[in-house]
Design a protein around this ligand. Structure first.
Ligand code: CUA
Length: 385
């Protein structure tokens, strides 16, 4: 299976070696991916850019002065024809002016940089978030991210949805960070600076996004074998779209009672079928999005008979495991395996069949399912819109 996908829709990644390294396995999910660290689109990232630019300009100034003096000395004092190569140049000791200058100037530079940095850190940390700010607990796991929307009653993984913050409406995400195992670090370059995610500790940060789009990030603290594939995807949506996503995520799993009802979706892609959590009564449709209901029920029964339920939760079903990602609305996500591969039937099947070939070292074992079981599990998971 080819998992090295070009997420830029044909544009050669070779032009962007650094970004390619950083995002080697980000699949193409036909959303504009935003990764330019020099174009911040969130308030904390904009503030950080101000400090970073100042430091860089000061360093550039120091470099020009030092390199210039070295170049001048090399040219001015090079050996001239006829000079005695064994003669030592004149030795100069102690110039009060020079020594005072090279003590005072660096102190002043450090003083200015410290002051500016402290002001920006304080401005970021003390920022008053709008009342509409959404509370999200970001939980680092080896090697995926869990997003708990504590006030909204949503638990999801791999993809964090947030409302855009623009002139029409200020929004922000108030983030608490926790880790269930080792140290991780949460970084979405366009939106905010890094914050470590540590076990036995609540760290705090916040972010906002000024433009809709998909923002990519990485875990930036080495946390084990699949650290590099612990990708972050933040999808900033207009508020109305975000609210729609929330409403869907808040529902119990589709077919929580073993059944569902098919409803034409106004929001989904043309021809898609939106599954709602409604028990099948008399006169319920015979199929869901082309899948006959008895088959889906059988799929669900098979899934629930497997050890999958010990690690995964599907709200409204007997699956209540907490170790792996919550799968309640798995089919509404564009990627799986922490943003590593697209959430298609083929990729999902390969993943369930043997996660170790897709993401070596990951903590999900192969359940050694038969081909039939694989088909059934994938079909069931794909119904969890
Ligand atoms: Cu998590 Cu590196």
């Amino acid at each position: 299976m080819d998992i090295t996908l070009d997420r830029r829709g044909g544009e050669p990644l070779s032009l962007l070696p650094v970004i390619a390294l950083l995002q080697a396995h980000v699949p193409d999910v036909s959303q504009p991916a935003i990764t330019d660290i020099f174009k911040p689109l969130g308030t904390p990232a904009e503030l950080a850019k101000t400090a970073a630019l100042l430091v860089n300009y000061v360093c550039l100034g120091i470099f020009i002065v030092v390199a210039g003096l070295i170049a001048y000395a090399i040219v001015r004092y090079r050996q001239k024809p006829g000079e005695d190569i064994h003669q030592e140049p004149p030795q100069v000791y102690g110039s009060n002016q020079i020594e005072i200058a090279w003590t005072i100037i660096p102190i002043l530079i450090i003083f200015v940089l410290t002051g500016v940095t402290a002001r920006i850190i304080a401005a970021t940390q003390d920022a008053k978030l709008p009342k509409t700010a959404i509370k999200v607990t970001v939980v680092g796991h080896q090697w995926w991210w869990e997003y708990r929307y504590t006030d909204l009653g949503i638990v999801t993984a791999d993809e964090m949805h947030i409302p855009v913050s623009d002139k029409s409406e200020a929004n922000a995400v108030d983030i608490t960070e926790q880790s269930v195992d080792v140290d991780h670090s949460f970084w979405v370059p366009e939106l905010t600076g890094k914050t470590d995610v540590l076990p036995n500790r609540n760290n705090h940060m916040w972010l906002d996004a000024h433009k809709p789009g998909l923002y990519l990030g990485n875990c930036t603290e080495y946390c084990g074998t699949q650290h590099a594939n612990m990708l972050i995807r933040v999808l900033a949506q207009p508020k109305a779209e975000f609210d729609k996503w929330v409403a869907n995520q808040q529902k119990l799993a589709v077919g929580a009672n073993g059944y569902g009802t098919a409803v034409a979706s106004a929001s989904g892609p043309a021809g898609s079928v939106h599954l709602q959590n409604v028990s099948m009564g008399d006169g319920a449709p015979a199929e869901l999005g082309g899948v006959p209901i008895p088959r889906l029920t059988e799929d669900k029964r098979v899934f629930e008979s497997l050890a999958c339920v010990n690690c995964h939760t599907i709200r409204g079903t007997p699956a209540i495991g907490k170790f792996g990602p919550d799968l309640t609305h798995l089919a509404s996500r564009t990627t799986i395996a922490s943003g590593m591969i697209p959430n298609t039937a083929a990729d999902l099947r390969a993943w369930v069949d043997d996660p170790q070939t897709v993401k070596p070292g990951c903590l999900m074992p192969s359940m050694k399912l038969t081909d039939k079981q694989l088909d059934q599990v994938v079909e069931y998971l794909q119904s969890l819109k």
